[in-house]
Write a protein that binds this ligand. Structure first.
Ligand code: 3PG
Ligand code: MG
Length: 384
């Protein structure tokens, strides 16, 4: 992939007004921001722009999925006050930075309508895209502004592209990918792409049961995508080194599990066959050890997706083992956003990882395709 234009290529920032697309789509609970990483990281970009003399930075983002209309649940007010505080803590001049309206209050955003992009660009001299987490969306604010303004990628975007591109081109070997999460169907593209790149693919999480079924094992009441069993069998027989669990942690029939439910039922360790009516909800301790060893022995490791229902403490051990092995690994460690990043943060291990991506879907799509609409737009966009 050819490189994206960088901040240093923007000439004449003194006194300029900059439109900055960020991904401030932070997790919130009861109106409070529960993890502000996505707001803290672009401070380096904002700081640089202000340092270069930009007179105004207008940060624009989506928050949640309000479906094209105003929705008080996704009001930007808490983000505005939080950003002000972060800027002040960094000693940056908060008065030069404003946060625009939630982009997804306007139906033209998701429709990719260029009239919205043009409106956003009005009154600005440059466009900087630092919203890696949204770069896989061909939305108006992502792909539109580079047509109207000289543009560049911000620091967050540039670092993400650099790291993920490095995984695809010349990673230190062995290169191990650890995939979890619930659905095989959502990850087939990335699995196929990774099999050509990695030395070993390790599969846990809900999706391992479709692989176990493909391997002829009984899966009881576990999550299985019946229509993907054939595909998983073909993958298992493809000659690639694919590791699936050899033991499991299971819950008795009718047991309740998950976040915010009253836990019930009996929990047991079994081998690679789940008894009738029981549900597999985590990898077992033997598998956790095997997966950890694969991580420890690798020189490059990519992890995406939890190994079990980690929100429920009874099914957290597999994800914790993988997180701890990642944290302790001497190889280069990359975690692809979303749930795995949340798990790491919960275990207090995020700082031990070389690169935690700010984009879940975006990082997977980048690995799959080697490019993203937001990056293509920057590359084809205007220069100054
Ligand atoms: C994310 O949280 O993954 C990004 O902000 C993109 O949001 P979306 O999945 O709602 O497009
Ligand atoms: Mg998403």
């Amino acid at each position: 992939m050819s490189a994206v234009p960088l901040l240093e290529e923007l000439k004449g920032l003194e006194g300029a007004r900059v439109l900055l697309r960020v991904d401030f789509n932070v997790p919130m609970s009861g109106g409070e921001i529960t993890d502000d990483l996505r707001m803290r990281l672009p401070l380096s970009t904002i700081g640089w722009l202000l340092d270069q003399g930009a007179s105004a930075v207008t940060a624009v983002s989506h928050l949640g999925r309000p479906k094209g209309r105003r929705d008080p649940r996704y009001d930007m007010a808490p983000l505005r006050s939080h950003l002000r505080r972060l800027l002040e803590e960094e000693g940056l001049e908060a008065g030069r930075v404003t946060v625009g309206e939630n982009l997804r209050f306007d139906p033209r955003e998701e429709a990719g309508d260029l009239s919205l992009a043009e409106e956003l660009c009005a009154g600005h001299d440059f466009f900087v895209n630092d919203a890696f987490g949204a770069a896989h969306r061909a939305h108006a604010s992502v792909v539109g502004p580079p047509r109207f303004l000289p543009c560049a990628a911000g620091r967050v975007m540039a670092r993400e592209v650099d790291v993920l591109d490095g995984l695809l081109h010349g990673p230190a070997r062995p290169f191990v990918a650890v995939l979890g999460g619930s659905k095989v169907s959502e990850k087939l593209g990335v699995i196929e792409a990774l099999l050509d790149k990695v030395d070993t693919l390790v599969v846990g999480g809900g999706m391992c049961f479709t692989f176990l079924a493909a391997g002829g094992h009984s899966v009881g009441g576990s999550l299985v995508e019946a229509e993907q069993v054939g595909t998983c069998r073909r993958l298992l027989e493809s000659g690639h080194d694919i590791r699936i669990p050899t033991d499991l942690t299971v819950l008795s029939p009718g047991g309740a599990f998950g976040a915010g439910v009253e836990p019930s039922g009996e929990v047991r360790q079994v081998g690679e066959d789940v008894p009738d009516g029981w549900t597999g909800l985590d990898i077992g301790p033997g598998t956790a050890g095997e997966f950890s060893d694969a991580i420890t022995e690798a020189r490059t490791i990519l992890w995406n997706g939890p190994m079990g229902v980690f929100e429920d403490p009874r099914f957290r051990a597999g994800t914790r083992a993988v997180a701890e092995a990642m944290a302790a690994a001497s190889g280069f460690t990359v975690v692809g956003g979303g749930d795995s990043a949340a798990a790491l943060a919960e275990f207090g291990l995020a700082d031990e990882i070389d690169h935690v991506s700010t984009g879940g879907g975006a990082s997977l799509e980048f690995i799959e395709r080697g490019d993203l609409p937001g990056l293509e737009a920057l590359r084809e966009g205007r220069r100054r």
